[in-house]
Design a protein around this ligand. Structure first.
Ligand SMILES: NC(=O)c1ccc[n+]([C@@H]2O[C@H](COP(=O)([O-])OP(=O)(O)OC[C@H]3O[C@@H](n4cnc5c(N)ncnc54)[C@H](OP(=O)(O)O)[C@@H]3O)[C@@H](O)[C@H]2O)c1
Length: 177
């Protein structure tokens, strides 16, 4: 059995940034959402069998949540850098193309979904190979003007779910093929 869906699940500003230019998430973490509510994290994470993130996202975790690694599933970190790893956690540093890593992730997560944590270009790299199935965004009521882009690609999407959650507007999209 292979993995089911590959999902980019993230929060964004109204103008399409997932972090400020200096990688701050204060605009996001200061806002209320119900993790058990519509498109909430607690339900989402139960379906996930492997995750992928880029170097800036990993660096953010190292800087802001030192010593904490909340994920229990295998993780791939795309980078050309050397990074400390979390002892006892399955974290694989890689610079291989997204399609190769996708095969590795799928093999590690039979019957489960794959989560592209971010950033946006990394989600785009999976989409470039036709390997991104779904995008779930929690839109915070703020504009940032600049920052790390949500998804710097042209993709055609279909809305499959819309719901408010706390201060956020949550939208689920299917990526059209
Ligand atoms: N709003 C949210 O919910 C949310 C979610 C996730 C992330 N974030 C934040 O958004 C920001 C994202 O930063 P970002 O746009 O710079 O994206 P990123 O994907 O986190 O990091 C980009 C870096 O990853 C490495 N990388 C990407 N693709 C690679 C590949 N194929 N092979 C090897 N290395 C590769 C490169 O770094 P090197 O070559 O230098 O290693 C690249 O500069 C971070 O601040 C993060 O904390 C927010």
């Amino acid at each position: 059995m292979t993995a089911m869906k590959t999902v980019y699940y993230t929060a964004t500003s109204v103008d399409g940034f997932i972090a400020t230019a200096d990688h701050s998430l204060d605009w996001l973490l200061s806002r209320h959402s119900d993790e058990d509510g519509p498109m909430g994290y607690n339900q989402f994470i139960t379906a996930i069998g492997a995750i992928a993130m880029g170097a800036s996202t990993y660096q953010w975790i190292l800087d802001n949540e030192p010593g904490e690694w909340s994920y229990t599933v295998p993780a791939w970190v795309f980078t050309h850098r050397e990074f400390p790893e979390f002892e006892g956690r399955d974290i694989r540093l890689t610079a291989e193309p997204a399609d190769i890593v996708h095969k590795q992730m799928a093999a590690a997560a039979p019957g489960k979904d794959l989560w592209i944590v971010g950033g946006g270009d990394l989600a785009g790299q999976f989409a470039d190979h036709g390997l991104l199935d779904e995008i779930i965004v929690s839109i915070a009521p703020v504009t940032l003007g600049s920052g790390a882009p949500l998804l710097p690609r042209h993709l055609e999407l279909k809305v499959t779910e819309v719901a408010p959650n706390g201060e956020f507007a949550c939208v689920r999209y299917e990526v059209a093929r």
